[in-house]
Design a protein around this ligand. Structure first.
Ligand SMILES: [Zn+2]
Length: 231
């Protein structure tokens, strides 16, 4: 939906009462065509007579460059309201989306069933629902201690060719194959190319929950999928 300002001001008042106990000031909201952010909260700062930093002239900018659903728009607005809340109360956060921001965000998400994230300055992915597709994921342990992956087509000889090709390289120590439908793997090119993409091993382990081992004979000729689900 393309939001209109009266609508956004209305939502602001609604969430101010519902979430922030009506303690946020009235803030002008302006629409922006920017593609570099979804929402933005700007304000000025000064040192008052008591020597304390205080913030004023708040303004919230909402991008209309992306087609957001009502729910996404609400989440973006509340994200900016959290920034506003932190500044108004002169809380000192560790960074723009630091400890305090994340704590408030987590509490609001839980109490109000929201899905606010810290990434209002990043454009939303066009496809909000990620399709579940099954991939064959090769996990390569490298001789330099790093971990790499390659997403392969679900074709037996592509898997065995990859195995044989990678194992003939001095960089590869071992290759294991998994069948996974975790959307994490959607972003990697799916081909038989002898490439290896570095990944964080902890990250990878989390995304291999629910996968199945793909078992490959030592001679690399026979491939079958284990019925056991990896925990
Ligand atoms: Zn932010």
């Amino acid at each position: 939906m393309v939001p209109a300002i009266p609508y956004l001001l209305d939502r602001y008042e609604h969430f101010n009462a519902l979430i922030f106990k009506g303690k946020l000031p009235s803030v002008p909201i302006v629409l922006s065509r920017a593609r570099t952010f979804l929402g933005k909260c700007e304000y000025k700062g000064r040192i008052n007579a008591q020597g304390q930093e205080e913030f004023f002239d708040f303004i919230i900018r909402i991008s209309v460059a992306y087609d957001m659903s009502e729910d996404q728009l609400d989440d973006v607005l509340i994200h900016e309201m959290i920034h506003c809340c932190i500044a108004v109360n002169q809380l000192r956060d560790t960074s723009p989306h630091g400890k305090i921001f994340r704590q408030l965000m987590a509490t609001i998400n839980e109490r109000f069933g929201r899905h606010i994230t810290i990434s209002n300055n990043q454009p939303v992915a066009k496809a909000p629902v990620q399709r579940k597709r099954w991939h064959v994921v090769a996990v390569v342990q490298m001789t330099n201690g790093k971990t790499g992956i390659k997403v392969l087509p679900r074709i037996t000889n592509r898997i065995t060719d990859y195995y044989n090709g990678v194992m003939s390289s001095p960089l590869a120590k071992s290759v294991k194959f998994y069948m996974s439908n975790d959307p994490f793997f959607n972003r990697y090119p799916n081909s038989g190319a002898l490439k290896i993409y570095h990944v964080d091993p902890d990250d990878l382990a989390a995304h291999l929950h629910g996968s199945h081992d793909v078992l490959c004979d030592p001679d690399g000729n026979n491939v079958r999928v284990s019925p056991t689900v990896n925990k």
